[in-house]
Design a binder for this molecule. Sequence first.
Ligand code: ADE
Ligand code: ZN
Length: 347
Amino acid sequence: MENAKSTEVTLSDFIERLPKVELHLHIEGTLEPEMLIALAKRNGVEIPYRSIEAARNAYHFDDLKSFLNVYYLGASVLREDRDYHELTIAYLSRCKAERILHAEIFFDPQTHLANGVALEAVIGGIHAALLDAERDWGISSALILCFERDRDPATAVKLLERACALGNITGIGLDSAELDNPPGKFQTVFAAAKAMGLHRVAHAGEEGPPSYIWQALDMLQVERIDHGVRCLEDPSLVRRLIDDRIPLTVCPFSNIALKVFPQLSKHNLGELLAAGLLATINSDDPAYFGGYLSENMLHTFSNLNLPVRDALLLQRNAVEAAFCSDQRKQELLSALNEYNASHHVLL
Ligand code: ADE
Ligand code: ZN
């Protein structure tokens, strides 16, 4: 008992102060119940929760679709430039507290446009917060515009051009309800993004089959796969992901909350690493799934009995997978190496 306790404390401290990178984070998924209720009131938006507690109680899901209903409802309270700024600053202050030095942030503009919010307010609010965090806390970031795969792809290129004219879009992604919405539908906008010099990622193999990962690679030419945990069902796909060093942005708490795996001790992150895949660890929608990055790491490590050195491996993988400059990657690697040198006794 004494031993178990001291191991836990050591792992917790190690992870808490470890320099970290987060690559799979939906900014709308950081909307904590407190802010949800406050913004609904401030903006006069009707929501079906009377209290913070009632909102929190609604955060139980059967699958991805049932989560998305709650998530899009939550996003409907975001209306003004300052709402996006406050939401993003709140997440970045978590980054500061958890020593996340670089964050790549997804947003869902089609949802906000459908709610009658101007694209300028969405991008302006988020982007101003990213600049504030870089200036005040030295946190670097990238902004990734996600297309919702259960919406019509026909208007996607126009939206991308408008967003890029507003500035500072690093890449595009593909999210929302995966089943019956194969990546191939979005080939045109992904080709346009590539021609514009943008980075490209897609959610695939979260609930959907390995064939959706193949499509994301071959038809969308993505550089990273978000989730991708179902790749292990197809050995030739695993070979391809390893050979091309395609990173997977794995989100353990999300996979448990959405019942991709029945419990954390059954998650396949350890197998993904053992297979030699370039896996990273991320929080996805932390306000809805019960924890931010450090907690995802801590609980995943203790449930899977992963060695502490895998925490370093996951973070080195994340630096390799990040869409930042080579100079910034060197800084992030130096921070990791320095941390490792002062903790090597643990490894
Ligand atoms: N949007 C927000 N979180 C998501 C997830 N886990 N999968 C697909 N779309 C999402
Ligand atoms: Zn996601």
